[in-house]
Design a protein around this ligand. Structure first.
Ligand SMILES: [Zn+2]
Length: 148
């Protein structure tokens, strides 16, 4: 595994928790809610199971699994949360462990939190952990085996 100071490796190892817990482990990735305060219920992160710097450094198997997995999660976010749209971001300036942000946009999402604005949330925008956990679990249910 990666170095002990990697918060993503800690999360995968169960040493950190996020609202709703780990929602899915598949294709070399773990799906979970954003690790930290969030202004958007259902803001999820796909984190590579193996510590590597970026999407460019994924194993071939994980790279091949990524597209279908992203599509499946986005569809679950749209259906389970009635999201109008889902943004996909790969930034990686702060957390040096490959991950993608999948951020729903709702009809009610204020303009300043749309698009990359979700990263500029103010303290009053942050949602309660219970609400974040509930949204994450709804997506997990939609992703459960046997569901379309
Ligand atoms: Zn790591």
């Amino acid at each position: 595994m990666g170095d002990a100071r990697c918060s993503a490796c800690d999360l995968l190892a169960g040493a950190r928790s996020v609202p709703g817990g780990l929602l899915l482990r598949q294709g070399g990735f773990a799906l979970h809610a954003l690790d930290g305060p969030s202004p958007i219920p259902g803001w999820l992160v796909l984190t590579a199971e193996r510590h590597c710097r970026a999407v460019a450094d994924l194993d071939p198997e994980a790279a091949a699994a990524l597209g279908p997995l992203v599509q499946r999660v986005m569809r679950a976010q749209r259906s389970a949360l009635q999201a109008e749209h889902v943004y996909l971001f790969a930034i990686g300036d702060q957390l040096l462990h490959a991950h993608l942000h999948l951020v729903p946009r709702y009809a009610s999402t204020p303009g300043r939190l749309r698009g990359r604005g979700c990263f500029e949330a103010r303290p009053e925008d942050l949602r309660p952990a219970e609400e974040l956990a509930a949204a994450a679990r709804l997506v997990a249910e939609a992703l459960a085996p046997g569901r379309p």
